[in-house]
Design a binder for this molecule. Structure first.
Ligand code: UD1
Length: 360
């Protein structure tokens, strides 16, 4: 069985690490393709190094700062060409980013079987690029590997049950792997962690300013550490911010995986519009305030570590105050917590490989 593991963005690199360990354990012949969607040292090289990923077998040249359709077309053409040379039995694609979409389209065109890891995630908001990507990728995939019962249910509802397998969460495989290294340390000053990069939050300067004003209010209560995504940084460069720099909002570059996870594990709470971080915070039992109107990780809400506030200042400040006053009960449903933990045994990647070995 020959597998081509396709990656392109920061969250893909994290999910690739446990899969590569499983491929090696089961002696699977694999190649690693990097679409180059994330190309900065901080967004790509630091992750390859920190996660001990092998050098990609091929890294495609990415078209920077052109519109999405052009990027997807470029990636699809380049990945298809690679598939023509190295014809894998399976193209394995991860998550919901544009690279995932392009690689799935390439495999479909080249009539190569597709395995989608993190299939069935839905937030119900088709305005989100990632939601549209998910639906397309699931519809063309031959093997759909689900992180949770909820994502399995979504696939059943969409008539894709026959191709679906519940395997558990690959991101948690990686988190479990590094768990001994992410100690809880005494902090001189408590802090919150902020991440922000979704197109729907940062592409409009008006919306970004509104979020910024809320962050300034939060920083009056607690120091905020803000590893800033390149997309967001570019937007901030276009804005004039009165009173900048703020002493209680600490801007920094995106952090490597291990440093970032340590930072989160020692935070009072996180505020984010990321998908993966909601789940990682749930696993670490760190309160998460999600700056989006919907989430695909609904189990984090039922467990009670996550509240979805959008960018509603009242809701955000209410939750910030509750966390800081210690009067918010985060774990709401023990039943959901137990279910969540059963799938968090760190063996999702191995289950994926075992299923593929049996089926091929
Ligand atoms: C992408 C994913 C998003 C994921 C996020 C993780 C899509 C649709 N979105 O968003 O789901 O949560 O990655 O980080 O695929 N840029 C740099 N350096 C880089 C990468 C990007 O400067 O290393 C710039 C790009 O040139 C572009 C902007 O950041 O101007 C946005 O990058 P893009 O890859 O389109 O999407 P992300 O916002 O990173």
């Amino acid at each position: 069985m020959k597998i081509c593991l396709c990656v392109g963005t920061r969250p893909n690199f994290i999910k690739a690490a446990p899969l590569i360990r499983a491929f090696k354990k089961y002696n699977i012949d694999f190649r690693l393709v990097h679409t180059g969607q994330h190309y900065d040292t901080n967004m790509s090289d630091a992750f390859f190094m920190g996660l001990s990923l092998p050098e990609p077998d091929v890294t495609l040249g990415f078209l920077k700062d052109v519109f999405r359709a052009a990027q997807i077309k470029h990636m699809t053409k380049a990945v298809s060409s690679y598939f023509r040379i190295y014809r894998p039995d399976i193209a394995m694609v991860l998550g919901d980013v544009n690279s995932t979409l392009a690689c799935a389209m390439s495999a479909r065109i080249m009539e190569i079987k597709i395995a989608h890891v993190e299939a069935g995630e839905r937030c119900g908001d088709s305005n989100m690029i990632e939601e549209r990507n998910r639906k397309y990728i699931d519809s063309v995939s031959d093997y759909l590997f689900c992180a949770s019962e909820n994502s399995l249910d979504n696939l059943i509802d969409d008539g894709m049950a026959k191709r679906a397998h519940l395997v558990g969460n690959i991101m948690i495989d990686q988190l479990k792997y590094i768990e001994p290294l992410i100690t809880k340390d005494e902090q001189e000053e408590p802090y919150a962690v902020l991440t922000l990069h979704r197109a729907e939050n940062v592409d409009s300067l008006e919306k970004l300013r509104k979020i910024w004003d809320i962050v300034v209010k939060v920083s009056e209560k607690i120091k905020v550490i803000f590893p800033c995504h390149p997309r967001t940084r570019k937007q901030f460069e276009k804005m004039t911010i009165d009173g900048f720099p703020f002493t209680r909002i600490i801007f920094c570059n995106p952090l490597p995986y291990l440093s970032f996870t340590k930072l989160v594990n020692n935070a009072k709470f996180v505020m984010t519009d990321s998908g993966g971080l909601q789940m990682e915070a749930a696993y670490l039992n760190i309160p998460c305030i999600t700056l989006r109107d919907s989430t695909e990780w609904v189990e984090t809400v039922s467990v009670g570590t996550n509240v979805v506030t959008g960018i509603d200042e009242c809701k955000i400040m209410f939750n910030v105050n509750s966390i800081l006053n210690g009067d918010y009960v985060w774990i709401q449903s023990m039943e959901s917590m137990i279910k969540l933990n059963q799938l968090h045994d760190g063996n999702a990647a191995e289950r994926i490989v075992e299923i593929l070995k049996k089926e091929m």
